[in-house]
Write a protein that binds this ligand. Structure first.
Ligand SMILES: [Mn+2]
Length: 567
């Protein structure tokens, strides 16, 4: 596929005015304007996110009602149950609620589903809560579609407060309060919260009510300390790091690096992330996979107790256990991927537009990861089905340009159930219908396969090496944290002379690039094969960063795309 480097459009007049008004580097300004930050106020707010600027939590529909009802439960000493999910967002959300209640000396029952149960609350969970004497149920990261189950809880005398961020479908459950940012219009500052973030907003409101009603026993919980959990949930759920989320994550990353939770400290240390700046990448690649491993391999409660423990020795043991579980998860995954490689070779699947694979042996907890690896490797939608459940269950991942939900709709006649969104979805299917489904899904994807063989790669600005100054890199730092919705600025540098070239580690390329006047260090991870030994000049898309090593600090270009220039 041919890549076409394309500069993001931007209002040139606005750009000049803004650069003058804020006396910013023109390159930084271009990056800001191209992502929609066009006036001085917006840029200043972007550069210094502030918790005191968060919207009032009670802008979320039903938050106030929920706070009043929880306060009532506390006054009447009614038992409260919390129900979360088996992924990072659902576990951190449950840990957040449970930590808050523990700090105000209220005993709550915490329940998490196992992956085998399927997503969301089931009657058996509600039966358990009833047995424990619960009168009030608070869901986190789930519940918006649990119409039957919430009615069942009501029959058993349990009132429900739903906190969720999944898109509602059809009618709402019969709950006392339904707190879901989707009830606000798209574009509302709170619209993009993750499940743990929604729970955080509820607690901000609840704390206020308990204070007003004189129900706060002892010291008030410091909710800022719990932003470590919100950062984990937000990044693990791949929410956009803009607006409110970026503020929560920025402060949450700071909390993570000095967490009040022994379990988080132990996990960071054990994953080898302790010596470095904690970034969204640290969460995505080191912390979240270990928390998720618990839910994938059986018991999400193991991750919950890690997040909840106050004991450093226990914390270390729990973290070590999760680390081991994560390694088991990786080895199962590798084994499946190897067996799939054989399958693909034998059956000519590469010719297909959409890949469907199934086996009785594949572990339910890893089929999602396998599907995303296949989708990436073959650049087409992939569905991995395990026949180990009844009906069989599959996890689907897509590529840009093909909506899974649309494609699955074409196949709905052979599916028991399906749901999700355009890039990720899940299916339930009777085993004997898998062959027919395979054909239908292939056709559905073929119909939607984008015709163009080119891919646009966007960048923000063009620069010479001598334009990349210390001041510029410091301004770029103010745009952190980077992630979904707030990508690292990408700068094109053309025709740079390679003055030094070295291969390091596992196929990484270390370069010194110069333009006659100035030179800079650069690193291109995994791109050693892209630059032949005799190449003299390259053009790159890169992000300039501080490289801090042994007390020294210099600018390093992190290269994302390379084109070798013809001689
Ligand atoms: Mn979630």
């Amino acid at each position: 596929m041919k890549k076409i480097w394309t500069m993001r459009g931007c209002d040139e007049d606005r750009l000049l005015a803004l650069a003058r008004e804020l006396s910013l580097n023109p390159l930084t300004t271009r990056c800001l304007v191209s992502r929609g930050l066009t006036d001085a106020g917006a840029v200043e707010a972007f550069f210094s996110p502030n918790l005191s600027n968060l919207p009032d939590p009670e802008e979320l529909t039903d938050v106030k009602k929920a706070s009043v009802r929880i306060a009532q439960a506390i006054r009447k000493k009614e038992k409260i149950a919390v129900f979360g999910d088996y992924d990072v967002d659902g576990i951190t959300g449950a840990a957040l609620l449970a930590s808050f209640f523990r700090e105000i000396s209220i005993d709550v029952g915490i329940h998490l589903p196992n992956r085998d149960d399927g997503y969301g609350i089931k009657r058996k969970h509600i039966d358990q809560m009833k047995e424990e004497g619960a009168k009030l149920l608070i869901t986190v990261d789930n519940g918006i579609r649990a119409v039957d189950e919430i009615s069942y809880a009501k029959e058993l005398g349990i009132e429900t407060i739903i906190t969720d961020h999944h898109e509602p479908s059809g009618s709402f459950p019969d709950a006392l309060a339904i707190i879901n940012p989707h009830r606000l219009g798209a574009g509302h500052p709170l619209w993009n919260l993750c499940g743990c973030g929604v729970a955080f907003m509820l607690l901000l409101s609840l704390r206020r009510h308990l204070r007003e009603e004189g129900l706060m026993a002892g010291e008030e919980p410091n909710l800022k300390r719990h932003l470590d959990l919100v950062a984990l949930g937000t990044i693990a759920d791949v929410m956009n790091l803009t607006g409110v989320n970026r503020t929560l994550v920025k402060f949450g990353l700071a909390e993570l690096s000095k967490s009040s939770k022994p379990g988080i400290n132990a996990l960071i240390k054990l994953s080898g992330a302790g010596d470095y700046e904690i970034t969204p990448g640290t969460i995505s690649f080191q912390i979240a996979p270990r928390i998720n491993a618990a839910g994938r391999m059986g018991a999400p409660s193991e991750a919950l107790r890690l997040l909840m423990t106050n004991n450093a020795d226990d914390a270390y043991q729990f973290a070590a256990r999760l680390d081991k579980t994560n390694r088991e998860r990786q080895s199962i995954e590798e084994k499946i991927l190897r067996s799939i490689d054989e399958l693909v070779d034998k059956s000519g699947l590469e010719q297909r537009s959409g890949i469907v694979l199934s086996s009785p042996d594949w572990h339910l907890g890893v089929i999602g990861i396998i599907a995303s690896k296949l989708a990436e490797r073959y650049a087409k939608p992939a569905i991995v089905i395990t026949k180990g459940t009844n009906p069989a269950r599959g996890s689907a991942r897509s590529v840009e340009g093909i909506s899974l939900l649309d494609a699955l709709k074409d196949c709905s006649s052979v599916l028991e159930a399906y749901g999700g969104h355009s890039m990720a979805a899940g299916v339930a299917i009777e085993c004997e219908k898998i062959d027919e489904f395979t054909m239908l899904f292939d056709a559905a994807c073929a119909k939607r396969m984008p015709a163009a063989e080119t891919k646009k790669i966007f960048y923000d600005a063009e620069a010479k090496i001598s334009d990349i100054t210390d001041a510029l890199v410091s301004e770029i730092d103010l745009c952190k944290p980077f992630g979904m919705g707030n990508p690292e600025p990408s700068i094109a540098i053309r025709n740079a002379v390679i003055s030094e070239r070295k291969i390091v580690g596992n196929g990484h390329l270390k370069l010194t690039l110069s333009d006659g006047n100035a030179s800079l260090d650069a690193i291109a991870f995994g791109m050693a094969s892209k630059v032949p030994d005799d190449a003299e000049r390259i053009s790159v898309l890169c992000t300039p960063k501080w490289n801090i090593w042994n007390g020294f600090k210099n600018i390093q270009l992190k290269i994302k795309e390379i084109e070798v220039c013809s001689k």
